[in-house]
Design a protein. Structure first.
Length: 168
């Protein structure tokens, strides 16, 4: 998969799963200057017109060892310098261990590899789903399948923690 194909996949995934929440997805949107003074073009721009909020998504896929490793630190720095919320969606088996460590630890990177043609949310899209949920305040995505805390549970325990270890 080439870079533009991955960006199209991410745009299609976000559109298919979240357009009903009032977002509009754009591809290849020019937004200001990069950290080295070049005209910046964001791979995917997700806009929620009702709230006037947006999220820029840069997309990097690396199927085999190559030059994407060298681009990752720059892309992460450029996203942090972007004057709006931004995220790096990434996938592929070709990133070096060091770059994977950097991506997994980054505040602005999210693994995402939706499976065409269904593009259903799941474990391979969870990180980008969470970024979208946090940016657009879709709390239901974060608590999906969870029940609200029931204070009767606390009372049934006698108002004490159920963990017998007093050091916890």
């Amino acid at each position: 998969m080439k870079g533009h194909q991955y960006a199209d996949l991410i745009a299609a995934y976000v559109t298919r799963n979240y357009a009903a929440r009032g977002i509009v997805v754009y591809r290849e949107v020019p937004i200001g200057k990069s950290i080295i003074g070049k005209n910046r073009r964001v791979d995917v721009l997700v806009v929620q017109p009702a709230s006037n909020h947006a999220l820029a998504i840069e997309c990097k896929v690396q199927q085999s060892q190559g030059t994407a490793d060298e681009k990752i630190p720059y892309t992460l720095q450029d996203l942090v310098a972007l004057r709006m919320p931004g995220c790096l969606a990434y996938a592929g088996e070709g990133f070096s261990d060091g770059v994977l460590h950097m991506l997994r630890g980054s505040e602005v990177a999210a693994y995402c590899l939706p499976e065409p043609p269904a593009l259903v949310p799941g474990s391979a899209t969870r990180e980008l789903d969470h970024v979208l949920a946090l940016e657009f305040r879709w709390w239901d995505l974060l608590v999906e399948g969870r029940q609200p805390f029931d204070p009767r549970h606390w009372a049934a325990l006698g108002g004490k923690f159920s963990n017998p270890d007093p050091s916890c």
